[in-house]
Design a protein around this ligand. Sequence first.
Ligand code: A2P
Length: 284
Amino acid sequence: MTEQKPVTEATASPVKVPTLPDAQTVTEVKHYTDRLFSFRCTRPASLRFRSGEFVMIGLMGDPDPKTGKQKPLLRAYSIASPSWDEELEFYSIKVPDGPLTSRLQHIKAGDQIILRPKPVGTLVHDALIPGKRIWFFATGTGFAPFASLLREPQTYEDYDEVIITHTCREAGELTYGAGIIESLKTDELLNEVIGEGFWKKIKYYPTTTREESPKMGRITDLMRSGEAFEDLGVTPICPQNDRAMICGNLAFNLELKEMLEEYGLEEGANSKPAQYVVEKAFLD
Ligand code: A2P
């Protein structure tokens, strides 16, 4: 990664309109449920990242009542768009009293957000050793890095099969992910670059836990019972064939990590690639 030049915080006086440091312009916003939305924004020309990484994004905070100074309010967000996309996409939860998302959920096309151009993260192909199948395990907004990796040609060059599981509370929370996967079928650019019908390598396994849907239950329970493997028509996970990336809430990450270790997989990192990697879905 190239070293980025240090960013100076804006020092606005109460009378001046603050100039956002690292400002990017929102180009599109889509709302899925009262808890979830996605948006796209311009991409800084200098920003290079690997599909699956995250950056800090946010808005300028309210002025300090005493000094009138404003500080950026930033949170880690996985980049949901692939590394080749000329724009950036993000997928976010809306927390009613969350310091950032209570405001971020109201952004519109044309608004500005702050984006620190320093991508990092472990959900990258570089952190895994070669294998036959890759599993992407997500809950909730943890789908975001996989929205990037599912649109990344390397995913299909490196693996024969791509299995994506997504567990959410309610069916509406699956909409964003299902839409991304569906869009791959008609994406002319990807079908041309990766190969016609590349998306047939994908096995998608969405489940819900608190609302009726075609498949109910936590993925962890469905794997333990063997039901998930049976439904998918695949053999259980083994260290020879399988590689995995996990991104969800903390309890999910820990439970799945333990299960993968029981299957014999070892955790990898950028500095020491191995068989699976984990990243927390960041909440406000
Ligand atoms: P559940 O409804 O049974 O808690 P959240 O919105 O709270 O982040 O949860 C997203 C999804 O992750 C929910 O469907 C939730 O199921 C599921 N989940 C939470 N903890 C775990 C866990 N330890 N293992 C598997 N799934 C989990």
